[in-house]
Design a protein. Structure first.
Length: 477
């Protein structure tokens, strides 16, 4: 009887905590200025077909040449943005082809932060600091997006650095390889968790942020090709893989050790996909000019091997599965497996994040229930994905890796985490699992009112997408 009442009390406490405090966020700033209204250029949507009867939708105009910069298609309801050429050309095509989605996304996020009382003037000041550290090629790409979408460079720039100014994504990731998988090949696992209730304040469109996601296939001149899911108008990467067998992803980590004098994480992850062909090169790039707190997951599908890079502005800690830190209680080692949520494991980074190291402790639970911090919640997230991996360990492949990731959000592995997910603390905007050696990716996206983990799963292959040809351009009548 006592245990029953304790369980009921705990559930009530959880619910009250979400109603009263929800999740503590480290959001710092945002904007009061809306983006420019769309212009009235002549767009043409043309139907077509391809092997396998996938529908193609592409956008053409009499002044646009798809082979020089990019093109857009839709396969099974997934928008795929093909980008190629110089960085400016890729940016211009990106802005031109997704102009409406980009403006909607900026309105959504600018309105969200405006409601929190953050001024556009402050954001411009911060952007003016951060842009000085962004590699020139990405500055060219941002200018291309601004020109192609009829936006200002300040608008596009601010939109692209918000997550270093304000860490507000709750994500998870894992890497499994060797004895953990069915064939020894490495699999990179990623869930991007973000509110699915942010929508365009423009009553004409009313689009939700998750409706303006694309699968971006980049093939820059003199750099490596890659594939990443992103919001329209964003560059760099929050997770993806390149043609050299390298995959990366992130989970945000609040820390009191931050700096604006560095390269935003999305750009560093993009630099890895564009230029790295080994885990060592990837780690070196990701360690450059750090800004805020991250857990960065790096996969080398060729060896295969995975690493986690825990970092703050001034500390960087590299770990693989058998590092002693991975077994610091309450965390535990799983052979040839790495996994992370929004919580540091290394004691050095953790000391800059939370007062109580053990996120499983009773004190941590109380702090979570009264809204003091989030770490008991991130611990339960870690537990859920760990249990899913342990269930399939030794036989993991792309299909059951995606299954375990989706099952985490249905309460199959941890009821507490399921309750948090139902209370919208962790809402997957997209989820993917990939084998960087073969280029295969399974991915699902959230829709207007459904999280990604209950929506259909799609299969794409990076190398096949790179072989795709743009449809014949049609000039409007």
């Amino acid at each position: 009887m006592l245990k029953s009442w304790l369980k009921k009390g705990l559930v009530v406490g959880i619910i009250l905590s979400f109603i009263g405090a929800n999740v503590v966020s480290s959001i710092n700033i945002f904007s009061t200025k809306s983006s420019k209204p769309m212009d009235s250029r002549n767009w043409l949507y043309i139907g077509g077909s391809r092997p396998g009867n996938y529908p193609i939708v592409h956008i053409a105009m009499d002044t646009y040449n798809p082979p020089h910069g990019g093109w857009l298609e839709e396969i099974d309801g997934v928008k795929i943005l093909h980008l190629n050429g110089s960085y400016y050309d890729m940016g211009y095509s990106h802005g031109f082809l997704l102009k409406e989605e980009i403006h909607a996304n900026m309105r959504i996020l600018f309105d969200y932060f405006n409601d929190m009382g953050f001024s556009y003037t402050t954001l411009v000041e911060l952007w003016n600091i951060l842009k000085g550290y962004i590699p020139e090629k990405f500055i060219l790409e941002l200018n291309g997006i601004a020109d192609g979408s009829n936006s200002s460079i300040d608008e596009i720039g601010i939109y692209n650095v918000l997550h270093d100014i304000a860490n507000f994504i709750s994500c998870s990731g894992a890497i499994v390889w060797g004895s953990a998988t069915s064939d020894g090949n490495l699999i990179h696992i990623r869930s991007t968790d973000h509110s699915i209730f942010l929508h365009d304040p423009d009553p004409v469109t009313g689009k939700y942020l998750q409706e303006n996601q694309v699968l971006m296939v980049r093939d820059p001149v003199d750099d490596f090709a890659s594939m990443s899911p992103m919001w329209a108008g964003r560059i760099g990467s929050w997770g993806g893989m390149n043609e050299k067998g390298i995959a990366v992803s992130e989970t945000t980590c609040w820390t009191n050790d931050t700096s604006l004098h560095g390269i935003c994480a999305a750009f560093r992850l993009g630099m890895v996909l564009d230029t790295a062909e080994s885990s060592i090169e990837s780690i070196n790039i990701l360690n450059e000019k750090r800004t805020v707190g991250w857990n960065l997951l790096i996969s080398d599908g060729n060896i295969p091997v995975g690493y986690v890079l825990e970092q703050t502005a001034n500390i960087s800690y590299i770990s693989s599965w058998n590092d002693s830190s991975e077994n610091t209680k309450p965390f535990w080692i799983i052979e040839n497996v790495l996994r992370r949520t929004n919580c540091y494991i290394s004691s050095e980074c953790a000391a800059l994040q939370r007062n109580i190291y053990n996120p499983r402790s009773f004190q941590s639970l109380i702090r979570y229930l009264i809204g003091k911090d989030i770490y008991f919640g991130t611990w339960k997230h870690y537990v859920s994905i760990s249990k899913g991996i342990e269930k399939y360990w030794g036989s993991l492949d792309l299909n059951n890796s995606m299954a375990l990731l989706r099952d985490c959000y249905t309460g199959k592995y941890d009821i507490f985490f399921y309750i948090m997910q139902k209370m919208n603390a962790f809402s997957p905007m997209h989820q993917w699992v990939a084998c960087p050696k073969t280029g295969d990716m399974l991915i699902c996206f959230a829709s207007k009112d459904r999280i990604a983990s209950i929506n259909p799963v799609h299969h794409f292959n990076l190398f096949k997408l790179l072989e795709s040809e743009p449809p014949i351009q049609t000039t409007p009548n």
